[in-house]
Design a protein around this ligand. Structure first.
Ligand SMILES: NC(=O)c1ccc[n+]([C@@H]2O[C@H](COP(=O)([O-])OP(=O)(O)OC[C@H]3O[C@@H](n4cnc5c(N)ncnc54)[C@H](O)[C@@H]3O)[C@@H](O)[C@H]2O)c1
Length: 253
């Protein structure tokens, strides 16, 4: 059974909903009554998340989407609009974050990061906004990173994508405001998602935690709460905002 009613009757697309912050967001949206579309390239993982949401009483579908394909993005929006007749929320959570020093980042690696972490957000938002403009309402939440605001060695291309995402969100928010569409950013700090846990040993996680102000990694659910808040009517006055969910590690201005 659904636990809340904040999103009753609404339809939410969550990219990257198969893992980590996207998974936690998809669950929270469904718990609050939204019909959720998990859009992810990893269909197997997405189906497992969907099963657990459905078991808890949520309404959820899976769309296998490769965000680096513009035709996949268009198809996702068309199928969602056909199935549900509306799209109320878009949470752009998916991203890749391979590490490579600036001097070793190839044009191919740059293109892949920019395609998935920036270009896909731009054009998926554009395709969804076409529907939202017809509806004269909608909420979009883009997930950036602390890397948009401060140096993170090994993440120069990723930083460019996330910094670009913050900058473009502000302009998109401005342009879409007249259609009652809000566009905001959540910038997570160190979050122990499935991918991070798979890439780092417990020992390295613990060592890194020592350097964090809160002395611990955040859980994906803690960031998902901010995403869900920005998508909700509780944030009706907010657009073009950036919420940092980083445990107090740093405060960009
Ligand atoms: N985990 C962190 O410490 C951290 C810190 C700052 C920002 N972020 C940001 O938060 C977001 C979520 O991070 P996470 O750690 O939960 O991620 P994650 O790796 O756990 O999940 C990302 C999901 O995106 C999907 N995905 C990747 N490429 C895709 C593609 N081409 N098409 C469709 N789906 C694709 C993956 O299959 C996966 O399910 C990302 O935008 C990331 O940049 C994470």
């Amino acid at each position: 059974m659904s636990e809340g009613t904040r999103f009753d009757g609404e339809v939410a697309i969550v990219t990257g909903g198969a893992s980590g912050i996207g998974r936690a967001s998809a669950s929270l949206f469904a718990n609050e009554g939204a019909r959720v579309v998990i859009a992810d390239v990893d269909e197997g993982k997405a189906r497992r998340v969907a099963e657990s949401i459905a078991t808890a009483g949520g309404e959820v579908v899976v769309e296998r989407v490769d965000l680096s394909s513009l035709s996949d993005l268009e198809a996702l929006v068309e199928r969602t609009a056909e199935r549900f007749g509306q799209i109320d929320i878009l949470a752009n959570v998916a991203a890749i974050f391979p590490s490579a020093s600036f001097m070793k980042t190839s044009p191919t690696a740059w293109d892949r990061i920019i395609d998935i972490d920036l270009k896909a957000v731009f054009f998926l938002t554009q395709a969804v906004a076409r529907k939202m403009i017809e509806q004269n309402r909608g909420a979009i939440v883009n997930v950036a990173s602390g890397a948009a605001f401060r140096p993170v060695p090994g993440m120069s291309a990723y930083s460019a994508a996330k910094g670009g995402l913050v900058a473009m969100t502000r302009t998109i928010a401005h342009e879409l405001a007249r259609y009652h569409i809000r566009v905001n950013v959540v910038a997570p700090g160190h979050t122990a998602s499935e991918t991070v846990r798979a890439q780092m040993s417990q020992r390295s996680l613990d060592a890194a935690a020592d350097g964090l102000m809160a002395g611990r990694w955040l859980e994906p659910e803690e960031t998902a709460e901010a995403i869900v808040f920005l998508a909700s009517s509780a944030a009706s006055g907010m657009s073009g905002a950036v919420i940092n969910v980083n445990g107090g590690d740093f405060m960009p201005h």
